[in-house]
Design a protein. Structure first.
Length: 422
């Protein structure tokens, strides 16, 4: 791992960053600082930080017994970990399904059901298949189906942007998001279930979800099921990131934005200290509890029901358009947004500083795995020292993937040092 000391380069960059005006941001000094602090040498300059890809499949039912079809990540007759990535009613019509899958997948599995919900069997589909006609004679049914779950992604953040992190442990915020249509006959409604697992920073930050390429005016309403938003009870007078308490927000350019919480520490613990302040501990990033420093708490979950005005917009909400982002205050008093890499240039609620975002480093990762184990506090996912030619961290191949975005795209599947993850 690189030596982490406040060098003259870093000191100069910090001076630039503490300016009262973001326009005085010194890109050249900042770039040197990021290069010095990043977890590997010579990161791939063409890296897109993407572990997924999208596809569209049109299905026409040739059999009156086939009512519904699902696209799955695995064969549910042999695997208990199959996830539903898309589903539709195709009875008497041709229907299209758009979905997001891990880039390492070459096949998906189509399962058909009758109108009573009985499974009829499965068919293996090659990635890239655009359309197909389906009858029961095409299906295999080798036993009892194992009930699949809905697809879940894990989102990891480093909250120091635009400054580099000492560790890039990607646990300052850990979110899990799953998506489903609660009533397959009503294609206007989509549920996003959001779970906040961890807060690995003592800095205050807020979070929201941008629905990329979906406008505020495309949505009829957004409800929090059971009237249980993540930041329920947060003092309205302390809001500084998301001024309105409305769940559905309108972005600066008319984007649809779902407000998650104003303060991550409050969302996880919902308590004040004896001075009336919100405690800022590390939550769920350490295996040990240290007074006034770290604590283990229960994750919090909320389901956001989105009702669209048009069917096509609802069907277009795939995981590549789900962009959860965090907001934090910089040392200059300005507000910075940290987005997933494909959307990092988008100042959704706050104006961005283009120079700070113009780089190939990502402060957020999207992992197409719902039970991904993130690093404990202070441990990088992986770091590589080119002088010693040594790799350290719980995911050794993460470093190799950063050096070449076309290689080791399955790095997140295997933990090499289990004691270093939560």
């Amino acid at each position: 791992m690189k030596i982490n000391k406040l060098t003259n380069v870093m000191a100069l960059a910090l001076l630039a960053m503490t300016s009262c005006n973001k326009e005085l941001f010194d890109k050249e000094v900042w770039s040197e600082m990021v290069e010095y602090q990043f977890v590997i040498d010579n990161a791939d300059p063409y890296h897109d930080w993407c572990l997924t890809r999208n596809d569209i499949l049109s299905v026409k039912s040739l059999d009156s017994n086939i009512y519904k079809v699902q696209v799955l990540t695995a064969n549910p007759y042999t695997s208990s970990s199959a996830e539903i990535v898309a589903e539709t009613v195709c009875y008497g019509s041709t229907e299209s399904m758009e979905y997001t899958i891990p880039i390492i997948m070459n096949d998906v599995y189509l399962v058909a059901y009758d109108k009573d919900g009985n499974d009829l069997g499965y068919k293996t589909i090659n990635y890239g298949t655009m359309s197909m006609e389906l009858s029961t004679s095409d299906l295999q049914k080798p036993g009892t189906i194992k009930t699949p779950t809905y697809q879940t992604f894990t989102y990891l953040y480093v909250s120091t942007f635009p400054l580099p992190s000492e560790h890039f442990d990607f646990n300052d915020m850990v979110l899990r998001i799953s998506k489903k249509n609660p009533d397959i006959a009503n294609t206007l409604v989509v549920d996003l279930t959001v779970k906040l697992d961890a807060c690995g920073t003592k800095e205050s930050y807020a979070a929201a979800i941008q629905l990329a390429d979906i406008r505020y005016d495309d949505i009829e309403k957004v409800e929090v099921l059971n009237d249980n938003p993540m930041d329920k009870g947060f003092p309205s007078e302390q809001r500084s990131f998301i001024e309105s308490e409305d769940v559905l927000q309108k972005g600066r350019n008319g984007e649809a934005v779902i407000s998650l919480f104003e303060n991550a520490h409050w969302a996880l613990k919902k308590e004040f200290d004896e001075l009336g302040d919100i405690p800022t501990l590390y939550y769920n990033t350490s295996h040990t509890v240290v007074e006034e420093s770290s604590e283990i708490v229960s994750p919090v979950t909320a389901t956001y029901r989105i009702t669209f005005k048009e069917r096509d917009k609802a069907l277009s909400l795939t995981f590549d358009r789900i962009d959860p982002f965090i907001m934090h205050k910089g040392s200059n008093g300005g507000t910075w947004e940290i987005h997933t890499y494909p959307h990092k240039f988008e100042g959704t609620l706050w104006e961005t500083n283009a120079a700070a975002y113009n780089n190939h480093v990502s402060w957020a990762l999207v992992i197409p795995k719902g039970d991904f184990r993130y690093p404990v506090e202070g441990i990088s996912l992986s770091s590589y020292n080119s002088v010693l030619q040594e790799t350290f961290g719980p995911y050794e191949n993460f470093a190799a993937w950063m050096k070449d975005h076309n290689s080791n795209q399955d790095w997140y599947q295997q933990v090499t040092r289990p004691t270093l993850v939560y």
